[in-house]
Design a protein around this ligand. Structure first.
Ligand code: NAI
Ligand code: MG
Length: 489
């Protein structure tokens, strides 16, 4: 079987690396390479950054009338919808996520562009009360070139998301997708050119952490937007120091999913199974710590287990599959190691699924959902982001106890609360240190609503009108049209 060839996209052209170097992308469901991908080094990153600046300086996009920008962003969205089945199939081969989930990600990505196509007409400045004879205004200007570094858990959705915000305010971008899942990123850049985004506005360089690091340290990239691990987030801040780069970070989480006895039990069960295991737990906002009221814990955990046992781990191409394999052999080992760490720390394995053979997929990186009970808040499985379908269950005695356990982490990304008591819902929402609170609706997101990770979960606001500030810089102009005359020296 010949491998799919995936290249960089620079200046609107599919482009191999200057060195000719390539790497392979693995299909995690089979463990086999299925694509060969150009590997970007510093000189390839340089070419992409230069291409982005050329397009920016020429004004083809940055000075295009806003209504025209909007029209072209909508055209990208439409092409994505037209090709959703094709894109979803590539995404499934690259990531192992079920085809139905991949299709829904692709359609969500189209929705992001549809939303961001409204932004060009809404990049407002302000006027300020001024002295007589003076007029003062501010405006927002694009940075020029924005570097986007993207992880593998939702490749197409996240790469479109990373591009759409900067693009909507006139920037050109250079995108670096994770080495585990490069294929649909090149497709996205090609679709952009086809839909009328001028060549050089969306550039793609493939490669690994070293390629990302070259982009993050590039002196001519004034803004980096990154989604991924907190560890790499730290190194991006370090790399930003020399040129005082602006960085926007969406990082890890260890989000609590808190069940009160007054919740709608049926909904709390369905939502908890979903937030614990969807995308095999490979989501920054996965509800990886289930906190349940002591008074109803036994009943809840019993019902949770019954429900979770229906989850089908299998061939991602089959429509009845809930969970495909994990993204890579490395991730599989990482997750298996966390299960070992949990056992050694004395947590109780309530349930550890037995891998079932999946014909034709013997080499895939499949992992069954696993549930730990009797977890102590200090244990590593309750503190560290596992990024797999491994759930840590803890109990709490009262609301204070729930808040204390929930906030006992370095992260602050999201928290889900299940309750029908309004006072409790609002009090908890105030006291939990997390950027996103979901009351009875885990993983619910709207593109017009901003988000920001607290603590080590992130830096800077994204989505909504708030993203305008994140991807532009401020300029003010003081105009003296009849104020004081200068008389100095
Ligand atoms: P990672 O954070 O290393 O990778 C994310 C992206 O950053 C990839 O494009 C990668 O090539 C790039 N990168 C790596 N090192 C870099 C550097 N020094 N400078 C610039 N870019 C760099 O994530 P990885 O290693 O794939 O996964 C490890 C763990 O990270 C996961 O188990 C999970 O806990 C966490 N993670 C969190 C994500 C989130 O959405 N919050 C997404 C992916 C991983
Ligand atoms: Mg892959």
């Amino acid at each position: 079987m010949s491998l799919k060839q995936v290249l960089h996209v620079i200046d609107g052209q599919e482009t191999p690396s200057l060195s000719g170097r390539t790497f392979e992308s693995i299909n995690p469901a089979t463990g086999q390479a299925w694509a060969t991908v150009a590997y970007g080094e510093t000189d390839d990153v340089n070419r992409a950054v230069e291409s982005a600046w050329r397009s920016f300086d020429s004004g083809v996009w940055s000075r295009m009338p806003a209504t025209e920008q909007a029209k072209r962003m909508r055209a990208v969205s439409r092409l994505i919808i037209e090709r959703a089945d094709y894109l979803a199939e590539l995404e499934t081969k690259d990531t192992g996520k079920p085809l139905t989930a991949a299709k829904s990600d692709v359609l969500l990505a189209a929705g992001i562009l549809e939303y961001f196509s409204q932004i060009p007409d809404h990049v407002f400045g302000k006027t300020y009360p001024s002295d007589p004879g003076y007029f003062t205004y501010s405006k927002r200007e694009p940075y020029g070139v924005v570097g986007g570094i993207v992880p593998w858990n939702f490749p197409f959705l996240l790469v479109v998301w990373k591009a759409a915000g900067p693009l909507s305010v006139g920037n050109s971008v250079v995108l670096k997708m994770a080495e585990q899942s490069p294929v649909t990123t090149t497709e996205f850049a090609k679709i952009c050119v086809e839909a009328g985004i001028p060549p050089g506005v969306i550039n793609v360089v493939h490669g690994d952490g070293a390629t990302g690091a070259a982009l993050a340290a590039h002196p001519r990239v004034p803004k980096i937007t990154f989604t991924g691990s907190t560890e790499v987030g730290r190194s991006i801040i370090r790399a930003s120091a020399d040129t005082i780069k602006s960085v926007h970070l969406e990082l890890g989480g260890k989000s609590p999913n808190i069940i009160f006895a007054d919740a709608d039990l049926d909904q709390a069960l369905a939502g908890s199974v979903f937030t614990s295991f969807y995308n095999s737990g490979q989501i920054c906002t996965t509800g990886s710590r289930l906190l349940v009221a002591e008074s109803m814990a036994d009943e809840f955990i019993e019902k949770f287990q019954q429900r979770a046992k229906n989850i089908v781990v299998g061939d991602p191409m089959q429509s009845n599959t809930h969970l495909g394999p994990l993204i890579s052999q490395v991730q599989l080992q990482r997750v298996q190691n966390y299960v070992k760490i949990g056992k050694e720390a004395g947590a109780h394995v309530l349930w550890e699924g037995t891998p079932k053979p999946i014909p034709g997929h013997e080499q895939g990186y499949f992992f069954q959902p696993t549930v730990f009970t009797q977890v102590q808040p200090e244990m590593r499985i309750a503190q560290e982001e596992i990024f797999g379908p491994v759930l840590s269950v803890m109990t709490f005695k009262n609301d204070e106890d729930a808040i204390r356990i929930a906030n006992n982490t370095i992260y602050g990304l999201a928290a889900t609360i299940w309750t029908n008591n309004l006072e409790r819902a609002f009090t908890l929402a105030d006291r939990l240190d997390a950027g996103i609170i979901w009351t009875n609706c885990p993983h619910y997101l709207k593109w017009n609503v901003p988000l920001e990770g607290h603590r080590t979960s992130g830096l800077g606001e994204d989505l909504g009108l708030e993203s305008i500030n994140t991807f532009t810089k401020l300029k003010v102009n003081y105009i003296n049209f009849g104020g004081q005359k200068m008389n100095w020296g």
